[in-house]
Design a protein around this ligand. Structure first.
Ligand code: ADP
Length: 397
């Protein structure tokens, strides 16, 4: 088989997600997820030609997880040797100011990602373990790093600079970086195709609403504003993250209640957002509770949509002219009530959602605004694995 394939890897602190992806078509003949790495009862769920296979056992580290995945490819298919696998593509969360493009991984790249650990203390070490494991098991394959932050390196200084002492940027990297870049990159290209215009000629507001959520203003294919900041905590309401709060909140909670900064950080990242307000981080549950008349779920829905609406309005002002508002991610692709509530009453801005189109469930990218609407409203399913595969191939010498 000659079509180039990429083994796409997303390593978390105790998990390893992998997919064999056809970089041209996006087809995924095999994929899997190893969970509870480092514990005595790790699990691997692998999908291939045999359907789903579940394997249990102890997996000490990411290298052992790759070994287990390779054995599963051998035992249950697909047969990796029958594909033209040209690279391993790694999702890396924080590329700081150092990386604005995907790069083939060298020792220097590893050093640079290591230096960025203070900006992503949970994510970058896990990504580095994934890279080390893959390098050990696939020594002959190029390894490529694709950074969540890279797409937003086009942000102008007035958008990425916090109004704090100027020396903090240079000395400590204190600035906005933005995340979800792989998804924004994929979705904006598909949106431009749907609008039948070159990417360089369209202005988009793209809302990636998954467990994590962020929204970007994209001018002619380049990110000029985005709601996540130095970390993925800033911006929209998320499954378990608060998004925007008063920056004095940490100090207040610390002073008045004696809570440690680590505990406050954990509470804002893991116990807030939809979970904090409604007791559920899964949006389907929030909708179900709201429909049953639960007041806390109704408030959570209201806060979520209001925040989104505020960002849509401000990014409209940032761009000046908007061709389309695009929804993606699990919530953006599926939760019609969110799309309707966030964009209601904006017809003076040229934004209208057609109720029937909005309720329709389609797997393909599609418009939910009336035909001839000045601003199109689109739903575009994201595919971060395919984007990583494409970018990995493009980064090869
Ligand atoms: P991740 O950020 O982990 O990739 P996803 O993009 O898969 O997450 O999004 C997960 C979110 O999408 C969850 O909150 C889930 O409840 C929500 N979601 C999935 N399907 C639906 C649906 N049919 N209606 C509403 N929300 C949904």
């Amino acid at each position: 088989m000659s079509a180039p394939h990429v083994l796409v890897v997303n390593a978390g602190s105790s998990s390893l997600k992998y997919s064999l992806v056809d970089a041209t078509s996006g087809e995924t003949p095999g994929h899997g997820l190893v969970e509870r790495i480092g514990e005595s009862e790790s699990t691997l769920v692998h999908g291939g030609p045999d359907g789903e296979t579940r394997i249990e056992g102890a997996v000490a580290d990411h290298e052992a997880a790759f070994r287990m995945a390779l054995e599963t490819f051998r035992g249950h298919g697909p047969d990796l040797s029958s594909y033209d696998v040209v690279a391993v593509g790694h999702r890396v969360v924080h590329g700081g100011e150092h990386f604005s493009q995907p790069v083939v991984i060298t020792d220097e790249v590893i050093d640079a990602v290591t230096e960025l650990i203070p900006l992503a203390p949970l994510h970058n070490p896990a990504n580095l373990s994934g890279i080390a494991g893959a390098r050990a098991l696939f020594p002959d394959l190029p390894q490529v790093a694709i950074f969540d932050t890279a797409f937003h390196q086009t942000l102008p200084p007035h958008a990425y600079t916090y109004a704090v002492p100027a020396a903090w940027v240079g000395e400590h990297g204190i600035r906005r970086y933005g995340f979800h870049g792989t998804s924004f990159s994929f979705v904006s290209r598909v949106a431009a195709e749907l609008l039948d215009k070159p990417l360089e000629q369209v202005n988009l507001i793209v809302a990636h609403l998954g467990n994590g959520a962020s929204i970007s203003a994209i001018l002619g294919g380049e990110s000029v504003e985005t709601s996540m900041g130095m970390t993925p905590l800033e911006g929209l309401v998320m499954g378990t993250r608060s998004g925007d709060v008063d920056p004095a909140l940490h100090a207040h909670l610390h002073r008045e209640l004696g809570w440690s900064l680590d505990e406050i950080d954990r509470l804002l990242n893991r116990e807030s957002g939809l979970k904090g307000l409604a007791g559920e981080n899964d949006f389907r549950e929030v909708l179900r509770l709201r429909d049953e008349g639960d007041d806390a779920a109704a408030l959570a829905f209201g806060v979520y949509c209001h925040r989104l609406r505020k960002y849509v309005g401000s990014y409209y002002a940032v761009l000046g002219e908007v061709d389309a508002i695009v929804f993606t991610g699990g919530v953006g692709e599926n939760a019609a009530p969110v799309r309707a509530a966030a964009l209601s009453g904006l017809s003076r801005l040229g934004i209208t959602v057609d109720d029937a189109r909005n309720e329709e469930r389609l797997a393909e990218p599609h418009a939910i605004s009336p035909t001839d609407s000045p601003v199109a409203v689109l739903v575009v399913p994201t595919n971060e694995e395919w984007e990583i595969a494409r970018q990995s191939v493009a980064a090869l010498p």
